[in-house]
Design a protein around this ligand. Sequence first.
Ligand code: AMP
Length: 452
Amino acid sequence: MASGKSDPLIDEFEFQELEATTGEAGAGAKGMEAMAQAYSVALGGFKDFCLKPELTRSIAENGFEHPSEVQHKALPQALLGNDILAQAKSGMGKTAVFVFALLEHIEKPPEDQPRRVLALVVVHTRELAYQIDREFVRFNRALPHCTTAVIYGGVPFEECNRHFKDPKKIPAIVVATPGRCLSLINDKTMDVSHVKYFVLDEFDRCLEDIRMRKDVQEIFSKTPRTKQVMMFSATMSQEMRNLAKKFMNNPLEIYVDQQSKLTLHGLIQYYINVEENAKSRKLVDILDAVDFHQCIIFVNTVTRCETLNALLRKCKFPSVGVHGGMDQAERIKTFDLCKSQNSKIVVATDLFGRGIDINRINLVIQYDMATDADSYLHRVGRAGRFGNRGLTITFIASDTRSMRSKEEGAEKGKQKEWKDDDILKDVQSRFEIQMSELTDLSKLDKKQYMTQ
Ligand code: AMP
């Protein structure tokens, strides 16, 4: 990873002396939710979904015993072929809804017929695409016709094109990021004219970025008119919901949780008021004082990610950095390292802010406060996943607004101004969280954030 540039805002202090110890449901939504429940069969375990025996077996082999609430509510609908717009807390099993539905829907084609791309899953980052592809592979072992391919940018075209060369080996399910997906469709490498299922995960993120939205719209328009469309996210503004519905046919809207209750139960959330030039020392104090399995530290720019990671390494902390400026192969390598728990500390930009599921993470530190309340929610959702416990600590700085916003502006090509404190207030009012200030690290109770 290139780390030539350093960030003047990340304070250099004497590291040598430090030894590292290592929706609301809208007006009509209540009715729709009731309808969803009426459709749902009484569910005890996954067996009750009456899935293909191969799939039921593989679900059990992977240790899934009981469906989560979103699975309970959305999977029966997905299996019925309904269009779905589903909101549920991050980390509560949305992925399995569409993974299981697609593995169930896709039938073995007759031997003499060419293979076709039948399902497209589109997501906003390459790592999320990679992670979702791995989820399909985890559950498709006994369903060899449910072949998958992951395609994303940042790698040579040949790496993507090879999946489509042999008509007998065309993948049934393609997980992709929008740009490369569209290129492969436009240059006729990938034929999507037989697609029957279209999934957009973290859809609000895909649709709020104008360029990504254009790509998604174009991909969508190249697939057949009749298809099942499913969209998922933990966060969705009314505007994004309305936009999403334009892609769907009378979708079933499933809101598992009210907007205001979207943070995870097992998460303990704190903030610390800290001046910019004291952040690094405070961070080291936390890493020394808190017992954690894996920790993710969010910063707001590529440069800060590289600088902070370099500082932590210099201080002998086992940290890795990951951001969008890295070479793609390096990014995936780092992602794998994190997943396999070989990276105890990950310094990341928002590249890892959504969807990424590393279940040993039980400490999320926002060295830089998120730039909006939704991002805050997604970032802290990297800990406390699927019933696990977790701790999040957010640094609230008062003295950096103009400098940071200037730097952010330079990186994103636009000027953006925010105040950490305002975002904190927004988070607290929108998500009904009462965060307290953490003034004494010794008061933290390990039992509250460590799942054994
Ligand atoms: P997701 O929200 O889809 O990223 O899922 C979060 C984590 O929960 C992943 O590690 C899943 O493998 C896990 N998970 C999802 N559903 C279940 C389930 N029903 N039982 C056990 N683990 C699950």
